[in-house]
Write a new protein. Structure first.
Length: 297
């Protein structure tokens, strides 16, 4: 791959063969062949228009619901963490860039006395990832608040997608991976800062009491099957506390895999497969992964 001339044009933002483990919550994963971390939309546009045609592109936000396999990712890995601006207009519409942390957007809304985004305080991720997954928590989802999203494709072409055009469903949307989300607009309503703050405190308390926090994990491992709870199926299959090396099913919440100390991606994925099999044997339910697994096995 001829990337020398390409790299010189983006020398401050491109890294070759960079380990990706520190960019994920699990703290595991191989290397990125090419890692790109832009600080402006204009830089990303220029990058996409000039990148080698044969380079595939994969985007990482906070790395919170992601498992990067041990042999890394070929092509370009784009990290959006520096694209994190949050703004509000006179009508109370909040615009957040793709790399903005969900919890920071919730706090921004609170500080401007805007209600409706409180649930974001309980989602560990970024706005871009939240839209891609139609993330949700505590009875609300991204599709409930999203107006539209500005996106750019791998050729550097822009487009605005409305909420309806995204075809948002449970933990997925109907849009191809050729689009990178840049920013999104969210509807809000007037609210009391004290009321909003108390609601957010309640969400944080509920999350901390029910889910493992402050440790290396990847959020909910499996999607909830229709009419059922994944954690209950996992618990009923006898998987609470199940280990594979340093990968373990959380004792606190069975739908979380924990990297106890020095697990690798293979051990985590293997544990997920073991759980899937045990749940199927016990209940006949085939669990579907919610964690995105990417890279070379």
């Amino acid at each position: 791959m001829k990337i020398d001339a390409f790299k010189k044009r983006f020398v401050n933002y491109i890294y070759l063969n960079r380990n990706l483990a520190k960019y994920t919550w699990f703290g595991v994963g191989g290397k990125a062949e090419i890692l790109y971390i832009p600080d402006r939309e204009e830089s990303l546009e220029k990058f996409l228009k000039n990148k080698p045609i044969d380079c595939k592109l994969f985007t990482i936000g906070a790395g919170s619901n992601l498992l990067i396999r041990d042999n890394g990712i070929n092509g370009i890995t784009l990290i959006t963490s520096k694209l994190n601006k949050i703004e509000i207009n006179k009508d109370g519409i909040i615009t957040a860039s793709c790399g903005a942390i969900d919890a920071e957007v919730a706090r921004f809304a609170r500080d401007h006395n805007r209600s409706g985004l409180e649930f974001l305080i309980g989602i560990p991720g970024t706005i871009g990832g939240g839209i891609k997954m139609n993330s949700g928590a505590f009875g609300s989802e991204f599709k409930d608040i999203l107006i539209d999203v500005k996106a750019i494709n791998h050729n550097g072409e822009y487009k605005i997608f409305t909420n309806k055009e995204l075809k948002m469903d449970y933990r997925k949307i109907g849009l191809k991976n050729e689009w990178v989300f840049l920013s999104a607009r969210f509807r809000t309503s007037d609210g009391s800062k004290d009321h909003i703050r108390n609601k957010m405190k309640e969400i944080i308390h509920t999350r901390k009491s029910a889910q493992p926090t402050g440790i290396k994990t990847g959020g909910s491992t499996f999607k909830n099957p229709s009419g059922k709870k994944a954690w209950q199926l996992i618990d009923q299959a006898g998987c609470r506390g199940l280990r594979n090396g340093d990968a373990m099913i959380s004792e606190k919440h069975c739908n979380f895999i924990i990297n106890i100390k020095d697990s690798n991606a293979q051990q985590i994925e293997e544990l997920g497969k073991i759980v899937k099999q045990k749940v199927f044997e016990n209940s006949g339910v085939n669990l579907n992964w919610e964690i995105e697994r990417v890279g070379n096995e």
